[in-house]
Design a protein around this ligand. Sequence first.
Ligand SMILES: [Zn+2]
Length: 245
Amino acid sequence: MYDLTERRRALALVSQGHSLNAVSRMTGVSRSALREWRVRVEPKRSVPDCPGRASGPAYAYLLGLYLGDGCISPQPRGGHTLRIACSDAWPGLIDACEEAVRAVCPGNSVCRVHAQGCTMVTSYGRHWPCLFPQHGPGRKHERPIALEPWQQAVVDEHPWDFVRGLIHSDGSRVVNRTTRLVGGEPRRYEYPRYFFTNKSVDIRRLYTDTLDTLGVAWRQANACNVSVARKASVALMDRFVGPKY
Ligand SMILES: [Zn+2]
């Protein structure tokens, strides 16, 4: 069994231009192993019983939450902690988040950690980076974010859950009120709208691509902000997402 450092060292020789044969001779690693490592460098059995992927509406929802307000950090003794920041203004969403975390990884413990103005729903486990391979150093908007094919398949199957997760983390439903004169009489009008605000162009794209498949019209309101304002589209969002609670 070769550890990750040994694997990377061998792959570095390959990428320097040495043939698989030559690297195999230099390192004692078989060519088939080298070929395998080029596809996936992590040792497969380093983490037993890895689910590798997740499915279902709870995962689609949690993926939306994670892309909006989540982070994964390694723990000193191994394993990782998933943290989703939830605003204290929406206690129902904290419950929904916790429920989704439990549904996606039933074996993991889940707890709430209170911070200023928000509650972190946190869960320790060994597979969070496998389930959210977007995990990486730096902020999400400073690195490319792309879904794995299996994640895209979950989103395709449960698009509204994904959109709900994104809106529940980085979105809002706002109501603009105006008064207009109709036949000389002032009449009040309300225009509900949905906004989604995220600095990552990739995450905004995932949101708008999903809206496209759902037939929801959107427009870029400003640099980081996507608006859904057309009546029929807002009605769809109200039916499947709704205001925060
Ligand atoms: Zn795993």
